[in-house]
Write a protein that binds this ligand. Sequence first.
Ligand SMILES: [Zn+2]
Length: 245
Amino acid sequence: MEIERHVKRVKRFTLSIKPDGRILLTVPYYATKKEEEEFLKKSQKWLEEKYSKVVDRTLFYDAIDGSMIYILGNQYLIRIISSDKNKVEIVDSILNIYTKDLDHDYTLGVLNKYLDKLRKDTYTEVMNKYLPLFHESIERLRIRRLKASYGICYPKRREIVLSSTLIHKPIDFIESVVAHEINHLKHPGHQKDFYDSLYQVLPDYKIRAKHLTNDIDWCNIVLYFRVEWKSQLAVKPASRLIRHD
Ligand SMILES: [Zn+2]
């Protein structure tokens, strides 16, 4: 495992595993080599344990430079760029977040705004594709963070709710969820007539919907892990301020 080492004017050693699998070590400016070795030795077990967890689960997003995000089933590397205009742009496999303020919450807001629009556009487009195929119409489409499902249908008030996390999934899957919910407008239950009419429009429904059972937590946010340890030599006389490394 390769560790990126950064010496900083901080009081604590910090070891972080980023969502993309990078390991960052922050070394207090005044810390000794021995302290550093001791910290790393103490953190070894922790590091090995957490590393596999983080690397296995890059299926979420946060406004962290160098982290990964899934959009419509494709993986992108997030880059955060200071700019005089807020903008999000995808170039090949990189998602550039241009932000007026590098503050984490502000930058996350810029990304969320982009994703909100993308959700609305994408879900509306898929709805407009499948409603006529089922000879149906709806009064309202809502997008919400759903905990236990990807979609909900309210046949009586002709309303469909789609999960905000769907945007991270492949379009084939999104279509299967949309078709499923539209089909509920006619067939509220999951009986044979429900599936007969669903398979008529989407014969490969089962293949598309396989994500439904095996990875409901696909998009759960998992932040990176970090461990801290305070340097004993944190407060030092001013003479140690001169350092040439
Ligand atoms: Zn259903």
